[in-house]
Design a protein around this ligand. Structure first.
Ligand code: PLP
Length: 383
């Protein structure tokens, strides 16, 4: 059976050059970068080199990069580290549409006495900036907003939010896990104080990420241990993963333009053909700035989980909501925040493309999906 992979917001295939770059660090260069003997030299210089490449890609200094194990860890370290270093401020501002990697640590802080403002979104997924401006005060320790939503691809006005946060001395953390590699992302133009990224979302391996902490930011380390990452994130470095993440940045740089052309065109064609071929289809976040690879579509009256099973049978891989929640019965909190009813939300599927997606794969999907949806609706009516 053929496979068409349209679940790139869940994870991406490791690019061949990325895989080759990491291989020697599992075989001949397996030493610990902290070792004093010669087997530590190559891993140590590889980590230094990877840090410099990642910093150049993001537009920050080497010293501002902290390697971590994933996006979830980066988000947790950012959130905890900010509130721990601002004990006089007990207020947090975030959005109603964050990933659980941000939502859950903030909920934990809320249950331990912090006040949290959850900024809502409109039907298109756009953030209520007036509410954001009202919510941030001189008591706000942290503003935490995702760069782009993992379910809908809707992008948030980070620069504007940075100005609001800065105006009140609050620290801005941006979960950019879904942005990197899909749209240009430069630390200076973003204006954030801390930024979380994860390699497996941009054709690197799973199990490695980074947290960028801008110079002068009020932030305290969370883990205690050795002096790796200058004591800010102790633990023996995932050398192969770090090297691979730098190689994935090269891959991302080389393919960034393709996302604005090829990937966007494929995504738009996918939506246009499906909307023409299937009645009662809607696209969430369609009216605003979205990641060029993401399409979140609702098929009125259809159970998304049942549709996903039938799509899988013909080799099409997609998901309902976030991969971290798939299997959970609860409707997507993102779609609920956008004002969709639970029936509408239960009919939605996220399709996410990559630069590896081909015209032919999209043609296959736009042929298969209408047939399957029509069959489901026919069966439902005759049942
Ligand atoms: N933040 C967002 C927006 C995500 O989409 C994800 C993963 O789906 C994460 C954080 C967590 O990243 P990781 O899987 O590397 O822990």
């Amino acid at each position: 059976m053929r496979t068409v992979y349209l679940d790139n917001n869940a994870t991406t295939a490791v690019a061949p050059d990325v895989f080759e770059a990491m291989r020697p660090f599992y075989t001949e260069h397996f030493g610990n970068p902290s070792s004093g003997h010669h087997l530590g030299d190559r891993p140590a210089s590889a980590v230094r080199d990877a840090r410099a490449r990642l910093a150049a890609f993001l537009g920050c200094s080497d010293a501002e990069i902290i390697f971590t194990s994933c996006g979830t860890e980066s988000d947790n370290l950012a959130i905890r580290g900010i509130v721990d270093s601002a004990r006089d401020r007990r207020h947090i501002v975030t959005t109603a549409v964050e990933h659980s990697a941000v939502m859950n640590p903030i909920k934990r802080l809320e249950s331990s006495g912090y006040t949290v403002s959850y900024i809502g979104v409109n039907r298109n997924g756009q953030l209520d900036m007036a509410a954001m401006r009202d919510a941030v005060t001189d008591k706000t320790a942290l503003v935490s907003v995702m760069f782009a939503n993992n379910e809908t691809g809707v992008m948030h006005p980070i620069r504007e939010i940075a100005e609001v946060a800065r105006g009140h001395g609050a620290v801005l953390h941006v979960d950019a896990v879904q942005g990197l590699g899909k749209v240009p992302l430069h630390m200076d133009s973003l204006g954030a104080d801390l930024v979380a990224i994860s390699a497996h979302k941009f054709h690197g391996p799973k199990g490695v990420g980074a947290l960028v902490v801008r110079k002068g930011t009020r932030w305290a380390p969370v883990f205690l241990g050795g002096s790796q990452e200058r004591g800010r994130r102790p633990g023996t470095e995932n050398v192969a993963g770090i090297v691979a993440m730098a190689a994935a940045c090269d891959y991302a740089q080389a393919h960034l333009a393709l996302y604005q052309t090829h990937v966007r065109e494929l995504r738009d064609r996918f939506e246009t053909v499906l909307k023409a071929a299937i009645p009662d289809v809607f696209v969430n976040g369609e009216a605003c700035e979205r990641l060029p690879n993401t399409s979140n579509m609702g098929f009125t009256g259809i159970d998304a989980h049942a549709l996903l099973v039938l799509l899988d049978e013909v080799g099409i891989c997609a998901s309902a909501g976030s991969a971290c929640h798939s299997g959970a019965a609860a409707p997507s909190h993102v779609l609920a925040a956008m004002g969709l009813s639970s029936e509408e939300a239960a009919s939605c599927i996220r399709f996410s493309l990559s630069a590896m997606t081909t015209d032919e794969e999209i043609a296959y999907c736009t042929d298969q999906i209408p047939r399957i949806v029509h069959r489901m609706r026919r069966n439902f009516i005759s049942a």
